[in-house]
Design a protein around this ligand. Structure first.
Ligand code: ATP
Ligand code: MG
Length: 565
């Protein structure tokens, strides 16, 4: 409790959105009620940008004793799928938020929205336009030039009403007619120039089937759904700022009391070296450029989960970047920092050798095995210890040995000593090299029995400490190393250049024959570890006890200080 409070105090200030909420509560607006919603369109999987919205919508409700609804914005039956609905719910729960029983759908309101449209027609505030979309858009004008009125703008309400009903009976072809709000063709805000509010779509809807042949546009469904649900703060991204006058105009026509939802916009999350558009992410999946929505290189929540990210690390990241009114691109290294920080506390340390080189300890008895007791996390002794077997044949990393080391190379080299972490100091006596390939095949060492970890000479100083795995006990694993999916900071923001051009050909590297300590044999998918000196790793869904598969979540920024090059 104390820790929580002092963390709050260190923050410079609350976000401007939180300030709105605080002020509304103190003004007694909506009787002090706070009610938000998260409104995903079920046309793709959630990504880290959505996490920013989720943390705000659910987080503000949580913090101020309010509620947050989950509302699927399912107004376009052509692009939406049930698969997406299920994944969205799973991802929100995984992030740590819950909508309780308030799972709503814009399609729940199709009846009420239709009635509202009918009401607007009767009040001469909406009309059916028989012109095709391209003509309507050509008449819209430009921000500096007023639009031209449609020849149907003053159509009698009774005629519009009759046509609107018949549009919904399926009598007319898609695109042949639309319903438009009748607002102001010379408004400086283009969205107020008689926006289209209903269009004909003949595809069946995943929830309402064949009931409807007309579907509301996003702008017509969104604010009204907020109103029907009693939302007080409708938080959305900045691109909707220019839609706000329309949002307010529609609420003005609908409201019957002092209550009205208030739209507040904040900056989207953009991240370097990736893309955030669902349409483009879907292209990557469909074109097979990634293995699926949950490919560990994807910025999707399911991809980050598979990569080894924790919900806490994502929430902390969102907290660090904050909410403003200024569009920016956040550095992905901040996200990587957040996951390192979290896994540093949580992930047990283990030994894994990714590129093995065999070391034979010539003076260690051939049949002998010692169980070395090693701390699971020096940052947190409550995580206990584990036993790691040691014998006369071990693996170390190939690049931890050099035949002709440069100055200040503190790892193994002919005649030098290193400590094997948690075991003994060994000294390199000789090595065997394949003269054809120049590859070092085996290294021969002696060990000093007095230097066993915790033993009499265990504090004898040597410059380097290596991780290792007993060759006779090691388990074999495949390890997948990831780099950024794109090799350009802003792949989607390059004029005239397709974002695919910037896909990083080296974003996935698969290593086989990696050797891990035997405690990892029964690791389960999504279990997370720090492979000492190498980074954080997470068991992949493809992993089986026969063939372990690990994903590298992120490398370690800092290795054991002394052994740095
Ligand atoms: P598209 O990529 O198809 O334009 P979208 O990203 O707007 O879709 P929605 O499903 O409509 O996706 O988004 C649901 C909510 O998440 C919206 O309130 C939206 O403002 C918010 N959101 C979407 N992307 C981001 C982002 N990058 N940063 C912050 N919030 C986002
Ligand atoms: Mg959207």
């Amino acid at each position: 409790m104390m820790a929580e409070e002092s963390k709050e105090e260190q923050k410079p200030s609350v976000s401007f959105i939180e300030q709105f909420i605080i002020d509304d509560i103190s003004d007694g607006k909506n009787n002090g009620r706070i009610h938000t919603r998260f409104p995903p369109e079920p046309n793709g999987y959630l990504h880290i940008g959505h996490a920013k919205a989720i943390c705000l919508d659910f987080g503000m409700a949580q913090k101020y004793g309010g509620k947050c609804n989950l509302r699927f914005d399912d107004t376009n039956p052509v692009k939406e799928e049930v698969e997406y609905i299920d994944s969205i719910k799973e991802d929100i729960h995984w992030l740590g938020f819950d909508w309780e029983e308030r799972e709503y759908y814009a399609s729940d309101y199709f009846g009420k929205l239709f009635e509202f449209a009918v009401d607007l027609i009767k009040r001469s505030l909406a009309y059916v336009d028989d012109q095709p979309a391209d003509v309507i858009s050509a008449q819209k004008g430009t921000p500096s030039q007023p639009g031209q009125s449609s020849p149907f703008r003053n159509r009698p309400p009774a005629e519009s009403l009759d046509l609107f009903y018949r549009m919904n009976e399926g009598e007319f072809a898609e695109g042949s007619r639309v319903l438009r709000a009748r607002i102001d063709m010379s408004s400086p805000n283009m969205h107020m120039r008689d926006p289209i509010i209903y269009r004909i779509i003949k595809a069946p809807h995943h929830r309402t089937g064949e009931n409807w042949k007309v579907y509301p546009m996003y702008d017509f469904a969104h604010g009204q759904s907020d109103y029907f649900e009693g939302i007080t703060h409708s938080l959305c991204t900045l691109e909707f700022e220019v839609h706000r006058p329309l949002y307010d105009w529609l609420i003005d026509q609908l409201k019957t009391s002092d209550y009205r939802p208030r739209q507040i916009e904040f900056n989207r999350l953009n991240l370097t070296y990736t893309i955030m558009s669902k349409r483009k992410l879907l292209e990557l999946v469909r074109e097979g450029r990634v293995s699926g929505w949950d490919d560990p290189r994807m910025p999707t929540l399911c991809g980050l989960r598979r990569r080894g990210y924790t919900p806490e690390s994502i929430r902390n990241f969102v907290d660090m970047i904050g909410y403003t009114k200024v569009e920016a691109i956040n550095d992905v290294s901040l996200l990587e920092y957040a996951v390192r920080e979290d896994l540093n506390k949580k992930a047990p340390r283990v030994f894994g050798v990714l590129d093995p080189l065999k070391v034979i300890i010539t003076n260690y008895p051939a049949g002998k095995v010692e169980e070395m007791e090693i701390l699971n996390n020096p940052e947190d002794e409550s995580m206990g210890t584990r036993k790691v077997p040691f014998c006369n044949e071990i693996y170390i990393e190939k690049d931890d040995f050099m035949e002709n080391p440069p100055h200040k190379y503190f790892r193994l080299a002919p005649g030098t000593e290193v400590r094997l972490k948690g075991a003994y100091i060994i000294k390199c006596e000789s090595f065997r090299k394949n003269e054809m390939t120049g590859m070092i095949e085996e290294v021969f060492c002696t060990y000093d029995p007095a230097t066993r970890s915790g033993g009499e000479a265990s504090d004898r100083k040597v410059k380097g400490t290596l991780h290792w795995v007993s060759a006779r006990h090691a388990v074999d694993a495949e390890v997948r190393l990831y780099d950024r999916l794109f090799d350009h900071e802003d792949p989607a923001g390059q004029k005239d250049e397709d974002y695919r051009k910037f896909l990083n050909p080296g974003s996935l590297k698969v290593l086989s024959g990696c050797m891990l300590e035997p405690s990892l044999r029964n690791a389960e998918p999504l279990d997370k570890f720090q492979f000492q000196r190498l980074g954080y790793f997470c068991v992949d869904y493809d992993s089986t006890p026969e063939q372990l598969v690990f994903n590298r979540t992120v490398s370690l920024k800092d290795t054991w200080a002394k052994i740095r090059k």
